[in-house]
Design a protein around this ligand. Sequence first.
Ligand SMILES: [Mn+2]
Length: 431
Amino acid sequence: MSTIYVSGHRNPDTDAIAAAVGFAELKSALDLEHDYLPVRLGELNPQTRWVIERAGAEEPEFLAHIRPRAIDLVASEFPVVSEDDPINGAGLAIDDTDYDLVPVLGNGGVLAGVVTLRSLALHYARDLEVAAGTVCMELMEEPEVIVPAEIAADEALDALKHSHQGTAVVVDENDRPVGLLTRSELLSPGVRRLAILVDHAEKGQSIPGIEQAEIVEILDHHHIGSIETRLPVRATFDPVGSTATLVVERFRDQGIAPSRPTATLLMSAVLSDTVILNSPTTTDRDAAVLDYLGEMLGLDPKQFGREMFEASSDVSGISARDLVSRDAKPYTSGNGTPFLVAQIEVVGDSVLQRKDELLQAMDEERTAQGADLFALMVTDILEKGTELLVSGDVARAARAFGLQHSNGNSLTLPGVMSRKKQVAPVLLDAL
Ligand SMILES: [Mn+2]
């Protein structure tokens, strides 16, 4: 049964993770022909970590790349011998294959070494009679190319190019051989791995190697991205507050209820992306989904959301440098001015008490990135407003937002919650 990876974007947020887990669960229920595996492309942020624990959900597996792997190219059957097998067994095992060696298994099926065609030939050439009484262990040598099953096929090919032996031994995480690969097998076009993309459609935000995979579906609530597909696929770009909203609507359309952990994840994602139904991207459909999930879980979604944001907005242990750089998005204004906008969602003013430290880190990051201006949104999700810290020409930024005064190096912007809708467009026009 082939696997379809269901993946959100890099630097995953709660929506990227929840949508992947939820959509994989729904697809698994509807399609028994494939294995739907939710994956993550990076470390979970503190909020998602809190949510996963609270939901009793499983953290999705990390997916490093989606290029064809060594394991995707190996034949289901391949020759092996044991250390005590007579040496002619090794010769017979490779006979009729394209391999120039045979793996020798030690205790527990672990790779002990290889017997190569070359050493066999030399051995027999020297003394046929002695040869007959030899066991594999005596002729065994080190394999030159051992590759992990999950390694990308092109990396395995690179390793083989620099080897005298013409066959790579593919091993699992316990060092057991799972197949053999020659150059010609590695050069074959191979099987494309399958992916469903959720919460993004930009190649740069997607799984490394996505251009070598087969995208089978896209489910997103952002603008139509840069991703290209080889075949026509079902692609949804529906402007609601979160991708989780779209996933829950699909569960309901099918008359299927998500499992309790998944429902909790999905509820958290709607609350996270819409900032408890406060962001300007929020729609009635997001509210309806929260009502449905709240009732199903016996939880008050808004109360749960406040708890989630309070728990995950504690950034006292994070350095100013990490705080300003981890979420900084680069933009270029209509006039060609490069600038950065980052956002920290907070509850209370503990972050603003670190204003001087943050501004210094922003100056450094701005210089490092070659940007003219760096704006950091410190958004209080309960107060529903943003204090915008500015590194660069703060008077110009103030004018952009129609303010006469700045507050030192920061602007007070009541009601401003969204980088995408309320801050980036203003700076894109004004700088
Ligand atoms: Mn989202």
